[in-house]
Design a protein around this ligand. Structure first.
Ligand SMILES: NC(=O)C1=CN([C@@H]2O[C@H](COP(=O)(O)OP(=O)(O)OC[C@H]3O[C@@H](n4cnc5c(N)ncnc54)[C@H](OP(=O)(O)O)[C@@H]3O)[C@@H](O)[C@H]2O)C=CC1
Ligand SMILES: O=C(CO)COP(=O)(O)O
Ligand SMILES: [Zn+2]
Length: 371
């Protein structure tokens, strides 16, 4: 008998399960307002007014991003009659979420703003869900596809979890700020989206081998966001407003795919498990999107697909494609490949029950990730 009880076993034309049967929750959440453009940060008070959220605002930001935008947005809001509480986050953990929730309970905000990197946005997303109030995503870099998703990722040395949180009610992506962020962050965002290629292949595999529920529309959106970036790789350049805009749009699309699926499945497969393993193993991990991109090159090789196409697109954009370019030791790559299948054993991928040491060395060497 199928382990998916309420699934009636109807398959769509190409053999995948009908997508309306996959979610535990009936709710799909998407942003209501998405503002992308140069200087849109100053529209924040107007956005709050439109959303009837004027009043007290709780801002989760980071050490660097407070100066980039966190303090600035607080100034703009205060000049427009709002009262702000600024919380500088340090590490994404459930304990940090608790601390934010405790501070927010005292302050009693009308909404949360996540202003900064993936970490600050994920923390604001989870804390706002816990407080049951809306949250607005204000990325200072296009480095990850969590800017519009309803998921929040928390990783530790013991566990890597993707939590159901809530989608931002609005995304305010100021391309003036994002295009001036270190280019490495933008290129990492490209890597995170390009890695959807293998995430979707893993999901299809799990659907075929394990009858795992699959959403055609989420998979298509996820693949489309990867193709948008790979097809425009030559246009993604440092300091350009147009590049920032293009990458933000792809990240939003990828985040919406996760919200449709009700899980991070469309954007996180074996290549993300490799990245999470590397976070635990490497002395000095690289950026999330960079690690996922290199993971995608290797996982595409294991899938028997066109890994060189991914590698070439990454090179064209300027995303690292080797361990040494990421500042990671070759042995750490091989160890992460060997650990990857244990990261989320319930998520079936091309890694199956794991690689042998010689297979791990081979995939990393053939794909030129290690020397
Ligand atoms: N929820 C979801 O669906 C997803 C979540 N994620 C999560 O997001 C995280 C990765 O996000 P990512 O942003 O790559 O990495 P980090 O959150 O680690 O941020 C990277 C660094 O960039 C800095 N930074 C951000 N913007 C600027 C800027 N404009 N100028 C200078 N420095 C800047 C940050 O500063 P500061 O110290 O101020 O923060 C931080 O030090 C991971 O934890 C990952 O799991 C990734 C994809 C999807
Ligand atoms: O990083 C993500 C998608 O890009 C989220 O995936 P995880 O569920 O692996 O944290
Ligand atoms: Zn990711």
């Amino acid at each position: 008998m199928s382990k998916f009880k309420g699934q009636k076993g109807q398959a769509s034309g190409n053999g995948h399960w009908r997508e309306d049967e996959i979610r535990e929750s009936k709710w799909m959440q998407f942003p209501r307002e998405v503002l992308i453009g140069n200087d849109v940060l100053k529209e924040t008070p107007a956005a709050l007014k439109k959303l009837k959220l004027t009043g007290k605002t709780f801002i989760v930001t980071g050490k660097n991003t407070a100066d980039v935008a966190g303090n600035g947005v607080a100034d703009i809001l205060e000049k427009n009659g709002n009262e702000c509480f600024i919380y500088k986050s340090e590490k994404a953990s459930l304990e940090e979420v608790e601390r934010i929730v405790a501070a927010a309970k005292e302050f009693k905000p009308k909404c949360f703003l996540g202003v900064g990197s993936g970490r600050s946005i994920d923390l604001a997303k989870l804390a706002s869900k816990r407080c049951d109030i809306p949250f607005i995503s204000i990325p200072t870099a296009a480095s990850h596809d969590g800017i519009a998703s309803s998921r929040a990722s928390i990783h530790s040395d013991e566990k890597s979890e993707s939590y159901e949180a809530q989608a931002p009610i609005a995304v305010i992506a100021d391309t003036g700020i994002i295009s001036q962020a270190p280019f490495r962050l933008l290129s990492a965002g490209c890597g995170d989206v390009i890695s959807n290629c293998t995430a979707v292949l893993d999901w299809e595999l799990a659907s075929r081998h394990q009858n795992e529920p699959f959403s055609e529309s989420a998979a298509l959106m996820s693949k489309m966001s990867a193709e948008m970036i790979m097809g425009s790789a030559d246009l993604i350049r440092p300091g350009l407003d147009s590049s920032a805009r293009m990458v933000v749009k792809a990240l939003v699309l990828s985040g919406v795919a996760m919200s449709i699926a009700g899980s991070s499945r469309p954007a996180s497969g074996s290549e993300h498990m490799f990245s999470h393993a590397l976070d635990r193993i490497a002395k000095k991990p690289a950026l999330h999107g960079e690690q996922c991109a290199i993971g995608a090159v290797m996982m595409m090789y294991l899938h028997g697909g066109d890994w060189e196409k991914i590698r070439n697109a990454l090179i064209q954009i300027g995303v690292p494609t080797s361990a040494s370019e990421m500042g990671i030791k070759d042995e750490e790559i091989v160890d992460a490949l060997l650990l990857a299948h244990t990261i989320r054993p319930e998520r079936y991928t091309i890694l199956g029950t794991g690689l042998t040491p010689s297979a791990a060395e081979k995939v990393a060497a053939v794909t030129k990730v290690i020397q």
